[in-house]
Design a protein around this ligand. Structure first.
Ligand code: ADP
Ligand code: MG
Length: 531
């Protein structure tokens, strides 16, 4: 094979280099730099590097380079899951775009007949999960005699998933003396080490150390939140997001969060170990095709998955350890694109956050939960964009005539504002116009408005609960809120008149300590009023 092109400093065929360029690979990653040349030379290689460092191409490129025109299985890659088998097959197919290799994923759940057909049809590179591969070996539908490269991909995960015996069975079935064995893994637990000792011939070990592992393209934040669900929704409303993955600690946590998000109108689905393969596939497909706003997952379910264009990773629950933090945020900011990771913590979890920072040697910046006014600001921007787009692209002459007719009576600004309101809030309810006077005659002294709120002592509401809420959400200072009186069922308080409408808007239908609030200007105090 004539080699006359370069991927970084690695000499490869023109075909492969061109395909890599089209995939957006400009230069090899660290693990690729160090392993590809020695794999090309024929050594057995152990490659250890964290998730997201490009291990697939580290073996995929040499496989493509070494595969001959022979239409028989020449390379066999073992992966822990069906998704990974498909992903790896896709990546190798892309690398071999100008070679036209037959790359076939083999996994449980797909019709075995179809796979037999694909295998008979001249498959050259096979990627599969151990169980199904063994099925084919036993049935005699997968011939191993010409396999010259065997790869164990994500070996530590195959171990976690209980595949170690299956792997050995497969390794034993390959009788080829000259087999070249490659093993890639994020970690090297003992049983994996034992496997390498037993089956690999003087393997070269390439280990990419932790310092090279952090994910510098990910902007990392933490968010201290008492009500994590509320904080999450506000972040979903205010951030510009592409694909977003939310991590929870447990399966139950995933299910609960998915239900809460769905109730609030978000399209969310969960990914965890209790799902059937078909369910997992369905979820992943909708997520890839952007039919889901968010994917909610446990660590285990999302490990090893390579999904492109993930803009945000949100740790709804802080990860147990720094390792899994790196795994999680490795889902974003991949392949040269930047991403954002936001970790929610409760005050008690500060220590855990500091520990993670120490291990990854990065400061995780503080981010405030977006306030209601941030939400409104964001909404404003979106409306402005929409309106500009309509003005630029659409025919609005019919509507223009309505405006023209109305300008005799109203100013154009007012007409526009009313039209936006109509779009945003729908038709007005039949009600009396808001009586400005209502805000003046509430029994408070000049310049202040007394407000009535429909919760009180009965619901365990304290002064602080209410004052803090108004200050945080309504951008007020504590000293501006006066004369708070908490009664059994109601609360009264006074706020500056000019802020009163806004504060009512902030309080109205919001939730304090789990209780829906209703707020309005109080009625004037009657003489002899007795509480
Ligand atoms: P790992 O197996 O180590 O977890 P992957 O092989 O799944 O990592 O690669 C992670 C992502 O990085 C994939 O989207 C892959 O296409 C991309 N990638 C791999 N190598 C390169 C490279 N040299 N340049 C740019 N992107 C790369
Ligand atoms: Mg991988």
């Amino acid at each position: 094979m004539s080699k006359s092109a370069y991927f970084g400093e690695i000499e490869l065929s023109k075909d492969t280099v061109l395909a890599l360029k089209e995939m957006g690979f400009e230069e090899p990653s660290e693990i690729q730099k160090q392993t590809i040349p020695i794999v090309m030379q024929g050594f057995d290689v152990i490659g250890q590097a964290q998730t997201g460092t490009g291990k697939t191409a580290a073996f995929g490129i040499p496989i493509v380079e070494k595969t001959t025109k022979d239409r028989v299985p020449q390379s066999l890659v073992l992966t822990p899951t069906r998704e990974l088998a498909i992903q790896v097959a896709e990546e190798i197919s892309k690398i071999s775009k100008y070679r036209g290799l037959r790359v076939v994923p083999i996994y449980g759940g797909q019709s075995i007949e179809r796979q037999i057909k694909a295998l008979k049809n001249g498959a050259q590179v096979i990627i599969g999960t151990p169980g199904r591969l063994i099925d084919h070996i036993k049935r005699g539908t997968l011939f191993l005699s010409k396999i010259s490269i065997l790869v164990l991909d994500e070996a530590d995960e195959m171990l976690d998933m209980g595949f170690i015996e299956d792997i050995e069975t497969i390794m034993k079935s390959i009788k080829n003396e000259n087999i070249q064995t490659l093993l890639f893994s994020a970690t090297m637990p003992d049983p994996i080490m034992a496997l390498t000792k037993k089956y690999m011939k003087n393997p070269k070990v390439v280990s990419i150390s932790k310092e090279q592992l952090t994910v510098p393209l990910t902007d990392q934040f933490y968010c201290e939140a008492k009500d994590k669900l509320e904080a999450l929704c506000r972040i979903l409303e205010t951030e510009d997001m592409d694909k977003t993955i939310i991590f929870c600690r447990t399966k139950k946590g995933v299910d609960e969060l998915v239900a809460s998000l769905n109730t609030r109108g978000y399209s969310a689905e969960g990914l965890h170990g209790d799902l059937t393969q078909a369910q997992r596939d369905k979820v992943m497909k909708s997520f890839r095709e952007r039919n889901l706003e968010v994917l909610v997952a446990t660590d285990v379910a999302a490990r090893g998955l390579d999904i492109s264009d993930v803009s945000h990773v949100i740790n709804f629950d802080i990860p147990q350890d720094p390792e899994s933090y790196v795994h999680r945020i490795g889902r974003t900011g991949r392949a040269g694109k930047s991403g954002i990771a936001i970790t929610f913590i409760t005050p008690r979890e500060f220590r855990q956050l500091r520990l993670i920072e120490k291990v990854i040697r990065t400061t995780i910046k503080r981010k405030e939960v977006p306030s209601i006014s941030d939400l409104l600001e964001k909404q404003k921007d979106e409306l402005k964009n929409l309106i500009s787009k309509i003005i630029r692209q659409e025919n609005i002459s019919h509507y223009l005539s309505i405006v023209e007719e109305m300008t005799e009576e109203f100013e154009p600004e007012k007409i526009a504002a009313a039209a936006i309101r109509l779009y945003q809030e729908g038709e007005p309810e039949e009600k009396l116009e808001v009586d400005k006077e209502k805000f003046k005659k509430t029994g408070a002294k000049e310049g202040m408005t007394r407000l009535f709120i429909n919760i009180g002592k009965e619901k365990n509401i304290s002064k602080d609960d209410i004052v803090n809420y108004i200050c945080e959400e309504g951008d007020m200072k504590k000293k501006d809120i006066k004369n708070i009186r908490i009664l059994d069922k109601f609360t009264f308080l006074e706020v500056p008149e000019e802020a009163s409408e806004r504060i009512i808007a902030v309080l109205h239908k919001s939730v304090i300590k789990g209780h829906k609030i209703h707020a309005e200007p109080a009625r004037p105090i009657r003489k002899n009023e007795n509480f």
